[in-house]
Design a protein around this ligand. Structure first.
Ligand SMILES: [Zn+2]
Length: 164
């Protein structure tokens, strides 16, 4: 890889750090490397951006693997977007956060899993919950769910799903 000037390196690293800061992700106090910690429903995820790859490690590999099949037995979920010619950019980090979003691992779901959705007008067909109004969104009266999400038992507003 071509040598990167100190100025370019600082600019690139600041852009990457800004992605985490803007996402509200804390830096873990660590003297020898910049390390970020994300709380996820399957435990903590440590993210360390390197020059051309992103180290990602889940604290609970078993739980993480259930959601993301490609997590290693040690909890590693590394990303290698860089090449011999290309260093890591802010967009590479954003892509990882986007993936976590798709897996519903981040941002950490806010609603308590214990919310009681088993009340009218919600109903069940067998075990399947039809979520007409979401009581996670609005505890007293429930917030009206969009029709296409009712049968899925999923709240279109807050993403509440049974068993999560
Ligand atoms: Zn909701």
């Amino acid at each position: 890889m071509r040598k990167e000037s100190a100025k370019a390196k600082a600019r690139r690293e600041a852009a990457i750090a800004a992605v985490f800061t803007e996402a509200g992700i804390q830096t873990k106090d660590n003297s020898w490397r910049v390390e970020y910690q994300l709380d996820t429903p399957v435990g903590k995820l440590v993210v360390v951006p390197h020059e051309d790859w992103i180290h990602c490690k889940f604290e609970d590999p078993v739980a993480a693997k259930e959601v993301i099949g490609s997590v290693s037995p040690a909890g590693k979920w590394n990303h290698y977007p860089g090449t011999q010619q290309r260093r890591l950019t802010a967009a590479d980090v954003e892509a990882v956060l986007e993936l976590l979003k798709r897996y519903r691992l981040w941002p950490m779901p806010k609603q308590a899993p214990s919310v009681d959705q088993d009340r009218p007008p919600n109903f069940r067909d067998g075990k399947q919950l039809f979520l007409v109004r979401c009581f996670a969104c609005e505890p007293q009266y429930g917030r009206e769910n969009v029709a296409c999400a009712v049968a899925a038992g999923e709240c279109a507003s807050c993403g509440w799903r049974e068993g999560e």
